[in-house]
Write a protein that binds this ligand. Sequence first.
Ligand SMILES: [Zn+2]
Ligand SMILES: [Zn+2]
Length: 255
Amino acid sequence: MQLSSVRSAVEQLLLPAECLLCHALLGPRDAARIVCPLCRQRWRAVRPPWYERCGQPEPHFGPCRLCAEWPAALTRVRSAVWLDDGARPAVHGLKYGRLARIADDLAAAMVPLQPSTGGPSFLIPIPLAPKRLRERGYNQSEMLARALARQWRIPVVVDVLVRTRETPTQTALTPATRLANVAGAFGLRIDDCGLRIGNLPIKSAIRNPQFAIALVDDVFTTGATLAEAARALEQAGARRITGVTFARAAIPDFT
Ligand SMILES: [Zn+2]
Ligand SMILES: [Zn+2]
């Protein structure tokens, strides 16, 4: 190892860390954090009233257009904060910052999303397509799920839910278009994978009504991706699926 790289490693240990988003120095109390308290205060929590199922604020009376087509097993989706100018840099940092520690700060904001009863037994991150995973080097939803799992003290199941095809980037905004875009994009790889939840093989755990599954993603827009992932799990026998995301994008034309 070069002397200069040893020195920089030592400096990283000794110098106070700075906020990944605003570069303000982090005080000793926030040493374990990577986003400073001020930046975290700019995150605007998603609050009720909302549709019970999808967690979307109620625009008016009547059935919700967003979750009407969701598979029956997907019963509850919640997001921690609005994807606005306060939260966007944090999502960007998670996606492109390559710093696993930012996931801990985002997950901390998601901790209250756990229902008071009947919380999830394990987490499944929304997988990336293999090509995108190679380009990025990591799956940001998996980092988020691992961080949240540490705080909720439940297991994370990866490489079971997989993308079966690449999907074009979701640019269209209507819920119907987005659902069509991701239709059939997920599958399950559960035969002989050796994974167990407690003493149950993952295949049985997914089917067991005692176990609730929570899907984890970084951003919720119309829920199309979560719904399609839930559909794949439902086809494998899952009956109780919820979803949690760090941020929720406001849909301008949602009525
Ligand atoms: Zn900051
Ligand atoms: Zn809804």
